[in-house]
Write a protein that binds this ligand. Structure first.
Ligand code: PLP
Ligand code: COI
Length: 336
């Protein structure tokens, strides 16, 4: 038996260096590569009082020949710029940000784990102007950092089927922030998620405001059955996952019919009598759901195990990311 080395919890370890750029007087500074260390921030900083902050999460993978490749960075950079606009923060320059990411990966190349690990990249942008009266005024100064973290599984149980509470009562975010990757959304999901964990021992909450299936606190939600994949159509109410987009493309490549439309909780519960349910996200990858809990009743998803369609899609996605399956959509960029 091989003994698995102890792996740190997802995101709990940062690499030695980060990239930083500062917005002041209407322009971005040059990039600095610095050791990861506490940062100086005025106690009056805009972000601390008025939550002017957004972030991204994506991964770089080490291939068998030692080269390192980043997955769909352009999409994540575009989404950070969209989040910045929604929060009235200065938009990062896409070329500068891509170079910051490449610089961090190169500087921290020894920290990129072998598969099945990856280097998780976390750009974060926040308002630093000191003015505690600026509730209705945007920050004029901001900081952009790119952090990195060697990661393995997000869910502690690895490929264990997930238990999910179906919550038709709470919302995950304010209506205008559904598509925005900002800390406040995670703060809004935290209370309901902890309460659900304590009461039902679930891994996540699936938010279904008004009875319409939306997404979980940190991943999108997909149903798969009989050669069809069903997921909510893109609208402003939820985060447009890059993994969701990739999996939909792979499902089409594999001959599935992909259906994007609004569906409600009763339709989902009917679907999972024989179908599969799965979460999709950079951290979650594709994580199969074994049980849905709704209004106190447990609904087993098919036989309660991670299903074959979820496994096939996950294997294809990971195969591309790890360089074992041809990257026919051009999703990887070789960094070194
Ligand atoms: N929805 C939420 C709320 C998330 O936090 C994430 C993770 O980033 C996703 C969906 C999935 O997005 P992506 O696949 O781009 O990582
Ligand atoms: C991601 O999948 O990148 C996420 O942002 C999830 C999470 C760790 C907040």
């Amino acid at each position: 038996m091989t003994v698995q080395p102890q792996r740190p919890a997802f995101g709990s370890v940062l690499t030695s260096h980060m990239a930083a750029a500062f917005f002041k007087n209407g322009q971005w500074s040059d990039t600095e590569i610095k050791p990861v260390a506490p940062i100086e921030l005025s106690p009056g900083a805009h972000v601390l009082h008025y939550a002017s902050s957004c972030f991204e999460g994506f991964k770089a993978f080490r291939h068998a020949d030692g080269s390192v490749h980043v997955f769909r960075m352009d999409r994540h950079i575009e989404r950070l710029r969209q989040s910045a606009r929604a929060l009235v923060l200065p938009e990062p320059d896409p070329k500068q940000l891509a170079d910051m990411v490449r610089a961090v990966i190169s500087r921290c190349r020894d920290a990129v784990p072998e598969t099945p690990g990856a280097l998780y990249l976390r750009p974060i942008l926040f308002g630093t102007t000191s003015n505690i009266g600026a509730a209705a005024t945007p920050t004029s100064e901001s900081t952009l950092l790119v952090l990195a973290s060697p990661v393995w599984d997000y869910f502690a149980g690895g490929m264990k089927p997930l238990r999910i509470l179906v919550d038709a009562e709470h919302t995950r975010s304010a209506a205008q922030f559904g598509m925005v990757k900002t800390g406040g959304n995670y703060a809004a999901a935290l209370g309901p998620t902890l309460a659900a964990r304590a009461k039902y021992q679930v891994d996540q909450v699936l938010f279904c405001p008004g009875g319409e299936v939306q997404e979980t606190g940190a991943a999108n939600f997909l149903l798969v059955r009989d050669g069809r994949l069903l997921t909510r159509s893109l609208d402003a109410s939820f985060l447009h996952g890059v993994t969701r987009d990739s999996v939909l493309q792979l499902a089409r490549d594999m001959g599935y019919e992909v259906v994007e439309r609004v569906f409600d909780v009763p339709e989902m519960l009917d679907w999972v009598k024989t179908g599969e349910a799965t979460l999709s996200g950079t951290a979650a990858v594709l994580a199969g759901v074994g049980t849905l809990i709704y209004l106190g009743a447990e609904h087993r998803v098919a036989d309660g195990e991670v299903g074959p369609l979820t496994r096939a899609l996950r294997t294809r996605l990971i195969g591309i990311q790890q360089g074992e399956v041809p990257d026919s959509h051009g999703w990887l960029e070789r960094v070194y």
